[in-house]
Design a protein around this ligand. Structure first.
Ligand SMILES: CC(=O)N[C@H]1[C@@H](OP(=O)(O)O)O[C@H](CO)[C@@H](O)[C@@H]1O
Length: 539
C-alpha cells in the first residue's frame, strides 16, 4: 500500500470533531481532550513533514497543556532549530488540523510537501512524550498511528516533562557536532543537571529546606528522580516534595501548582511550610515555576518570573564582572508587557542592563534573547530561562583567569551554561539556578524580595464577542483597533500615579486580558476596572 493510502486509512480512524475550529496558538493546540484525537494524529503528519523538510532532523511532539479546565490537554511541536516553532509551520499545523475529510488531509499533505520541496522518501525521526494527564496515553496512540502511516522513525519517550523532551530533541540533533548538548536520555538529563549543580554550588550549602509543590503533575516523579542524582541533602540542598500524587489525574493543579499560586496569590492550602520557609510551585508539565513564602506576620509574598529574571540577571552580571568578561559579554533581559514595572526599573536602573519587551509567548522571548550574549528571559508567570550565545560559551570556556577570584567566578559561569536548560524554560533547571544564586548570596526569600518593591497590579479577563477585533502593536502594549479604544485607555492611565495599563486579545482563550498597575492597590484596581469597561464598550 502507498504511504498516502496508509495515511488515508489511518486518518479514517481519527475523524475530526464536528464544528470545532482548531488553531495552533501561543503554545500549540489546547482543547478539551475529547476533541484532540484528530489534531494529535495530524500533528504527527506535520511533524514528519517538518523533520523531512530539515533533511531528517529530529522533531519532538509533546502531549500536554499547561492550563486548567476547560482546556484539559494539548499538543505542541518541539522544533529542531532551537526556536519553538516557526510561524509558517504553525499555520500548516492549523490548516492540517482543519481539513474536513481524510482525502482533503492527504491532498494538503502532498501540497505542503510540494510547496516546501520535501522529498517524502527522506528518513525522518519524530520523538514524543506526554505528561501524566489521563488522556495522554490515548492521544499518544493517535500520534503513533500517524507516524507509522507516514513511515517516520519513531521514539516514544513515554512520560517526560516538556523541557525534558526539548532537552532530548536538542541532544539528538547536536550529537557528534561541536554543539553536542548531552546524552539524549532521561538519565542523561539528570546527570547533566546534577553535575552542573554540584559545580555551580562550589560546596555551598543552602539554608533551610525548599518545599516544592509539583501540582500533582509530571514534575513530581521527575523531581524525585532528579533528587537521587543530587548531593545528599545535608551537604547541599534539602528538598521536600509535596503534591506529587500522579495516580489521581483529577488532582492535577487542584488547589496547587504555579497557576494556582500566581492567580490566587496564596500558598496551596496543603502547605505545611512555616514562616520564611522557601517554597516553590511547578505547573502541570514542569515548564514554569514560581517561588513564594509567608513572612513572620503571616503575609504571603510571591517571587514570580520577574523576580527570578532579576535575581538571575544580577548574579550573571556579578559573575561576568568578577571573571573579567564584563566588557565582552552583553547581558540583557527580555520581558513581556506583563512584567511588573518595578522589575523593569530595577534591571535598567540598578543593574544597568538592557531590557527588551516582546509579545506574550515564550517563543517571542526566546527569539529576542538570542540577540544577547547572555539573554535572560522570563514571563511573569514563571516560564523562562537564560540562553548563552556560542560566543559567550566559547569565551567563558577559554578565558584565562588572572586571579583565584576570577577562576572561581568563571567556574560558576561555566557550570551555569550546563545547568540552565538552553532549549526552553524548565522548572527543575530554573529551581536549581535560583538555589545556586541564593546559596552564593547567602540569601533567604526575604532578601530576595527586598531587591525591589512590586507595584500593585491587577489582571482582568474580559469576555468579548470577538477578540480578533482587538489588534495590538508595540509588543502588545497599545491597541490599533478598535479605533478609539487606545485614546480612552491613555486618558484613564493619565489620571493614575505610576499608572500603566494595556489590553490585548489572549492567544490561548477567547478573551481579552487587561493589565493595570499603579502606585497604590486602590488605584491599580480602579484603573483595571476602567480599562475593562473600555474593552467591554468597544468589544
Ligand atoms: C498573561 C498570561 O499569563 N498569559 C499566558 C497565556 O497566554 P495568553 O495569550 O495571555 O492567553 O498562556 C501562554 C501559554 O502558556 C503564556 O505564555 C502566557 O504567559
Amino acid at each position: 500500500m502507498s504511504s498516502f493510502n496508509k495515511i488515508l486509512e489511518a486518518s479514517a480512524k481519527h475523524p475530526p470533531a464536528e464544528g470545532v475550529k482548531y488553531q495552533y496558538g501561543t503554545a500549540g493546540f489546547r482543547m478539551k481532550a475529547d476533541v484532540l484525537d484528530s489534531v494529535v494524529f495530524r500533528c504527527g503528519l506535520v511533524a514528519s513533514l517538518r523533520s523531512r523538510s530539515l533533511g531528517g532532523k529530529t522533531i519532538g511532539v509533546m502531549i500536554t497543556a499547561s492550563h486548567n479546565p476547560p482546556v484539559d490537554n494539548g499538543v505542541k511541536l518541539v522544533d529542531p532549530t532551537g526556536e519553538m516553532l516557526i510561524a509558517s509551520w504553525e499555520a500548516y499545523a492549523t490548516e492540517m488540523a482543519n481539513a474536513k475529510t481524510d482525502q482533503e488531509l492527504v491532498e494538503l499533505y502532498k501540497a505542503l510537501a510540494a510547496k516546501n520541496r520535501i522529498d517524502l522518501s527522506t528518513p525522518t525521526h519524530v520523538v514524543f512524550a506526554r505528561d501524566t494527564r489521563a488522556s495522554g496515553s490515548r492521544l499518544a496512540a493517535c500520534l503513533n498511528d500517524a507516524l507509522v502511516a507516514c513511515e517516520a522513525g519513531i521514539t516514544d519517550y513515554k512520560i517526560l516533562t516538556t523541557p525534558q523532551l526539548h532537552y532530548i530533541v536538542r541532544c539528538i540533533n547536536t550529537k557528534g557536532t561541536d554543539e553536542e548538548y548531552g546524552e539524549p536520555t532521561e538519565k542523561g538529563y539528570y546527570e547533566k543537571l546534577s553535575s552542573a549543580f554540584k559545580l555551580a554550588m562550589k560546596n555551598k550549602k543552602s539554608s533551610g529546606a525548599l518545599t516544592v509543590d509539583c501540582a500533582n503533575g509530571v514534575g513530581g516523579p521527575k523531581l524525585l528522580e532528579l533528587i537521587k542524582y543530587l548531593p545528599p541533602k545535608d551537604e547541599s540542598l534539602d528538598i521536600k516534595v509535596v503534591n506529587d500524587n500522579v495516580h489521581n489525574p483529577d488532582s492535577l493543579n487542584v488547589e496547587c501548582g504555579a497557576d494556582f499560586v500566581k492567580t490566587s496569590q496564596r500558598a496551596p492550602p496543603s502547605s505545611k511550610a512555616g514562616p520564611i520557609d522557601r517554597c516553590c510551585s511547578l505547573d502541570g508539565d514542569a515548564d514554569r515555576i514560581v517561588y513564594y513564602f509567608t513572612d513572620k506576620r503571616g503575609v504571603f509574598h510571591l517571587l514570580d518570573g520577574d523576580r527570578i529574571a532579576a535575581l538571575a540577571a544580577a548574579f550573571l552580571a556579578d559573575l561576568s564582572r568578577q571573571s573579567g568578561l564584563a566588557d565582552i559579554l552583553k547581558i540583557g533581559v527580555v520581558q513581556t508587557a506583563y512584567a511588573n514595572g518595578a522589575s523593569t526599573k530595577y534591571i535598567e536602573k540598578d543593574l544597568r542592563l538592557a531590557v527588551r519587551c516582546t509579545p506574550t509567548g515564550v517563543k517571542y522571548l526566546h527569539h529576542e534573547a538570542t540577540n544577547f550574549d547572555i539573554g535572560v528571559y522570563f514571563e511573569a508567570n514563571g516560564h523562562g530561562t537564560v540562553i548563552f550565545s556560542d560566543y559567550a560559551r566559547k569565551n567563558i570556556a577559554s578565558h584565562e583567569p588572572k586571579s583565584p577570584a576570577q577562576q572561581d567566578a568563571l567556574e560558576i559561569l561555566q557550570a551555569l551554561t550546563q545547568l540552565i536548560n538552553q532549549a526552553v524554560g524548565d522548572a527543575l533547571s530554573d529551581m536549581l539556578l535560583v538555589e545556586v544564586v541564593l546559596a552564593h548570596k547567602g540569601w533567604g526569600p526575604e532578601e530576595w524580595l527586598g531587591i525591589y518593591n512590586d507595584l500593585p497590579n491587577r489582571l482582568v479577563r474580559v469576555v468579548v464577542t470577538d477578540r480578533n477585533v482587538f489588534v495590538a502593536e508595540d509588543a502588545e502594549r497599545r491597541l490599533v483597533t478598535p479605533k478609539g479604544a487606545q485614546p480612552a485607555i491613555d486618558e484613564a492611565v493619565k489620571k493614575v500615579r505610576q499608572g500603566r495599563s494595556f489590553a490585548r486579545a489572549s492567544g490561548t482563550e477567547d478573551a481579552v486580558r487587561v493589565y493595570a498597575e499603579a502606585e497604590t492597590r486602590a488605584e491599580a484596581d480602579d484603573l483595571a476596572n476602567k480599562v475593562a469597561a473600555i474593552v467591554k464598550q468597544y468589544g
